[in-house]
Design a protein around this ligand. Structure first.
Ligand SMILES: N[C@@H](CCC(=O)N[C@@H](CS)C(=O)NCC(=O)O)C(=O)O
Length: 214
C-alpha cells in the first residue's frame, strides 16, 4: 500500500513534505484535510498526531509527524538519486543546519504573522503585532540575503531549499492578499532570484497549494 500523506492546503510544513515526496518520485496517496472543517481536530486525526497538526505520514501503519523528521524518513526510505541531502558528510551537515535555522529563526516571525493576520479577523487585527512580525521577517530575510551565494541554498538543490521556500512563499502570499500590510523592499535581490528559481522547478509548480491557484 502506498504511503498516505496528510496535508492541508497552504501549510508550509506540509508543502515541504510534498516537495520531498515529489522530488523522490515516491508513490503516495495525498489526503488534503480542511482546517475550516475541523478535520485536524477529529479523534481519528488526533490518533495520528496528538499535536493535531499537518503534515503526517502513514507508511503501512508507521505514522510520523513533524515535517523535518518526515523529510529525513523519505530520504532514508528512498535512498539514492535524486538526493534530498548530499552524500558528502560536511555538505549534509550544512543542509541540516540550514533546515534548523529556517525552522528556528524564520518560522518564528512567520508564525507570528500568520497568527496576527490569518487567524485574526480583519476587525481585530492589531497593526503593531503585524509590524512586529514583519520586523522579525525583515531581519531574517536580510540574514538569508547574505547566505544565498549560489543557485540553491547549499549549492545543490536540497531539502534545505524545500524547507525555507514554503515559509517565505506564505509570507509573500499573506502580503499579496492583504495590500498595504507588507512593508516595501522586504526581499533582497538574492533571495528574490532564488525564490524565482524555486518557482520554476516542476516540483514546485505541481505542488502549488491548491487554494492559492484560485
Ligand atoms: N513543527 C511542525 C509544525 C506543523 C504545523 O504547525 N502545522 C500547522 C499548519 S502550517 C497546523 O497543522 N496547524 C493546525 C492548527 O493550528 O490547528 C512541523 O514541522 O510539522
Amino acid at each position: 500500500m502506498a504511503l498516505v500523506f496528510y496535508s492541508a492546503s497552504g501549510s508550509p510544513y506540509a508543502w515541504r513534505v510534498w516537495l520531498a515526496l515529489e522530488h523522490k518520485g515516491a508513490q503516495y496517496e495525498l489526503k488534503q484535510l480542511s482546517f475550516d472543517a475541523g478535520e485536524l481536530k477529529s479523534d481519528a486525526f488526533t490518533r495520528l498526531n496528538p499535536r493535531r497538526r499537518v503534515p503526517v505520514i502513514d507508511d503501512n501503519g508507521f505514522t510520523l509527524y513533524e515535517s523535518a523528521a518526515i523529510v529525513e524518513y523519505i530520504e532514508d526510505k528512498w535512498p539514492g538519486e535524486p538526493r534530498l541531502f548530499s552524500a558528502d558528510v560536511a555538505q549534509r551537515a550544512i543542509e541540516r543546519r540550514l533546515i534548523r535555522e529556517a525552522d528556528q529563526y524564520f518560522a518564528e516571525p512567520m508564525e507570528r504573522l500568520v497568527d496576527a493576520v490569518l487567524f485574526t479577523a480583519p476587525e481585530h487585527r492589531q497593526p503593531e503585532r503585524i509590524k512586529a512580525a514583519y520586523d522579525g521577517i525583515a531581519r531574517e530575510l536580510q540574514f538569508w540575503e547574505s547566505r544565498v551565494t549560489s543557485n540553491f541554498l547549499a549549492g545543490e538543490l536540497s531539502a534545505a531549499d524545500y524547507t525555507l521556500f514554503p515559509l517565505i512563499a506564505l509570507t509573500q502570499r499573506i502580503g499579496m492578499r492583504n495590500p498595504g500590510i507588507e512593508p516595501a523592499g522586504l526581499i533582497g535581490a538574492n533571495v528574490a532570484a532564488w525564490m524565482a528559481r524555486m518557482c520554476e522547478l516542476p516540483v514546485v509548480q505541481s505542488t502549488w497549494p491548491p487554494h492559492w491557484r484560485a
